[in-house]
Design a protein around this ligand. Structure first.
Ligand SMILES: O=C(O)CCC(=O)C(=O)O
Length: 317
């Protein structure tokens, strides 16, 4: 259930984010920007059939694409011209930049989890999730699920989890399933003990959900396979914030720099990272330069088609 924009301001939204662990900013992205982006996604899929097919479900919906904003530029204003950025700036007390993004064309059906293990910062919590609906979502097309209040439970003893799994927190690997599962299981058990319950968030095109770094969230079952659920998740941080993985997460005593140099491009006065690759479901990566852009002319398409290259993905958040 969203709230009329006129009734609120960034301050009130930020207050809700702090209180509930998430907030819905109605029409945070203008619906016309969402329609433009959706048209470009259709064109992108039509022009890159070879690259996208292995990521699609039987209905042809892409399951999970990382950093699609690098090749479909009309996705960038959904971040850069989004009213929800006022909330992020206020929460951080600093300018918000885009660190990375995820595109889903169907409900992710992800189990409840916190993102903090994958987006570790020093100091902690310099990260937010910004989820933009490219179309309406309801109980049938896999809406986002949140557990209100789950960001505010007592701190989890991550050192104890790491000692149990790896013998020593300093031995925690940068990324592994055992660490992910053990942490998420512990958070879930604590939320259940605290009497907290999941709820679906139904939103309209353009609505933007901002979630706290410690919010437990996931994806509801996608019941109607014929329907799509196009959404972008922007993982955002203050400009230049160093983002680390599980090795640092499980070893709070480890020294790490607070900042890192990223390659940013400008979109409407906001900074957007560019890595040069698009990752399809953490299974394979394609160089951005080898993908056809939605508005490419015939020459550019032909040039790129000659040098097209697909390679195994490196694991990334
Ligand atoms: O969009 C969804 O269904 C879930 C997204 C999510 O959990 C995430 O990006 O961390």
């Amino acid at each position: 259930m969203t709230t009329p924009a006129a009734a609120t301001g960034a301050g009130e939204w930020t207050e809700r984010l702090r209180r509930d662990g998430y907030v819905v900013v109605p029409a945070g992205a203008a619906p016309k920007l969402c329609h433009r982006a959706s048209t470009d996604i259709d064109r992108f899929k039509a022009r890159n059939r070879r690259a996208v097919t292995a990521n699609a479900d039987p209905a042809g919906h892409l399951v999970r694409v990382v950093t699609l904003h690098e090749v479909i530029e009309s996705l960038q204003p959904l971040f850069a011209a989004n009213a929800a950025l006022a909330v992020c700036d206020e929460f951080f007390g600093a300018e918000t930049a885009l660190y990375t993004s995820l595109f889903f064309e169907r409900g992710s059906e992800q189990k409840l989890h916190r993102d903090s293990r994958a987006f570790t910062t020093r100091p902690e919590g310099r990260y937010l999730g910004m989820w933009v609906a490219l179309e309406d979502t309801d109980t049938d097309n896999g809406p986002l699920v949140v557990v209100p209040g789950s960001h505010a439970i007592d701190p989890i003893d991550v050192t104890a989890i790491a000692e149990d799994l790896y013998g020593d927190p300093a031995a925690a690997p940068r990324n592994d399933q055992a660490g992910w599962d053990a942490y998420q299981r512990t958070v879930q058990a604590r939320c259940t003990e605290a009497g907290l319950h999941p709820r679906e968030v139904h939103v309209a095109t353009g609505d933007t959900i901002v979630w706290h770094p410690q919010l437990l969230h996931g994806g509801a079952p996608h019941r109607d396979g014929a329907r799509s659920r196009r959404s972008m998740v922007f993982h955002v941080t203050p400009v230049g914030t160093a983002v680390c993985g599980q090795d640092v997460f499980f070893d709070p005593a480890r020294d790490m720099p607070a900042t890192r140099a990223y390659h940013y491009v400008d979109c409407r006065g906001r900074r957007v990272t560019v890595t040069g690759t698009v990752d399809f479901g953490h299974e394979y990566e394609v160089r951005a330069a080898d993908l056809h852009r939605p508005d490419d002319g015939a020459l550019a398409r032909a040039r790129r088609a000659c040098g097209s290259r697909v390679r195994r993905a490196r694991r990334r958040p």
